[in-house]
Design a protein around this ligand. Structure first.
Ligand code: SAM
Length: 236
């Protein structure tokens, strides 16, 4: 059975969104992965189909009710194989390539998309959700974060990238990765700017050395956090 994603959301029409296009979209149509959505509102029990309420302790905004979200989780789990539940939240572990790789190695994922101020803490704990953030900023909902996570996963599935790019060569392919070197294509001179000479030389070893140097320099300058992880893991 193909890798299967289910999104629990108040806005199912936001899926597959960007993932209906290009490589991910073709792979979806080819059945290399599958995606469905559950409308969280369908699991509300009152006649107004209420999914949120005011926060205990006061303060701004609304909180998504644990009973409603829990019922949606139960339905998602009942409909497919046991899959990890991921709650997209700025309080989570920041998504990285390692987590994407870990998730594609499993049967799929159930993604819980928050709205308002997010979920009642108790359903996060009761369902043992993995909390994942897509970065240190606040989105208005979990849906774009879920699409980002799915994009990172789906392109790693066998047969999806079509061999165009080797996943091994990309940024973040290792535990302590380097940022990628810069890319150039034709024309060899554009806007008064020449392509670096070495790339036109045909010397594969020199090209490789130049790329390696550029990757190291970019990582040192732009991402000292990645660079220090690298030097400390290489030194051991
Ligand atoms: N009150 C929350 C806070 O300050 O942490 C923000 C809630 S946000 C307006 C609504 C929903 O968007 C969240 O429940 C979460 O599902 C999603 N969201 C917002 N930023 C996110 C991020 N950086 N990563 C993942 N999900 C995010």
């Amino acid at each position: 059975t193909p890798w299967h994603a289910t999104a629990l959301t108040l806005f199912p029409e936001m899926f597959p969104g960007t993932l209906g296009h290009s490589l991910a979209g073709r792979a979806l149509r080819d059945g290399k992965w599958s995606l469905d959505t559950l409308q969280i509102r369908d699991f509300a029990t009152d006649k107004h189909r209420t999914v949120d309420d005011t926060p205990f302790g006061g303060g701004a905004g609304m909180v998504m009710r644990p009973d409603v979200v829990d019922a949606a989780c139960a339905a998602a789990l009942a409909a497919g194989p046991a899959r990890p539940l991921v709650y997209l939240t700025p309080r989570g572990r920041v998504l990285d390539q390692g987590l994407a790789r870990e998730l594609v190695a499993g049967p799929g994922v159930i993604l819980v998309c928050g709205r308002y101020e997010g979920l009642d803490q108790r359903v996060i704990e009761a369902r043992e959700m993995r909390e994942v953030s897509v970065g240190d900023y606040v989105l208005s909902g979990g849906e774009p974060a879920a699409l980002v996570l799915l994009d990172a996963c789906v392109r790693l599935l066998p047969g999806v990238m079509g061999g165009a790019t080797s996943a091994e060569e990309e940024s973040f392919s290792e535990a302590a990765p380097l940022l990628e070197y810069p890319h150039y294509t034709r024309p060899a001179e554009w806007d008064g700017r020449a392509v670096p000479e070495v790339l036109l030389s045909g010397h594969h070893a020199e090209v490789a050395r130049w790329r390696r140097g550029m990757a190291e320099a970019a990582t040192r300058e732009r991402r000292p956090d990645l660079w220090s992880r690298r030097t400390s893991s290489v030194a051991h």
